[in-house]
Write a protein that binds this ligand. Structure first.
Ligand SMILES: [Zn+2]
Length: 62
């Protein structure tokens, strides 16, 4: 008599979670690249726009 093959029910969910985590990491990395790319841009217009957003969103600044 063969034992039933055990298939973990969490396998698809685990794969989906890994996919979501990878997407979140990629989105976070892109966001940080854009944020720092704009914040340290040579263009004063882009820099001031990013600075104004910091003040509007009540983030700690200077
Ligand atoms: Zn400021």
């Amino acid at each position: 008599m063969n034992m039933p093959t055990y298939v973990p029910a969490s396998t698809p969910t685990h794969t989906a979670v890994r996919g979501v985590l990878r997407q979140l990491a990629a989105a976070g990395a892109l966001g940080m690249a854009v944020l720092y790319g704009v914040a340290f841009a040579d263009s004063p217009l882009a820099h001031n726009a990013a600075h104004d957003v910091r003040h509007i969103t009540v983030k700690p600044c200077h």
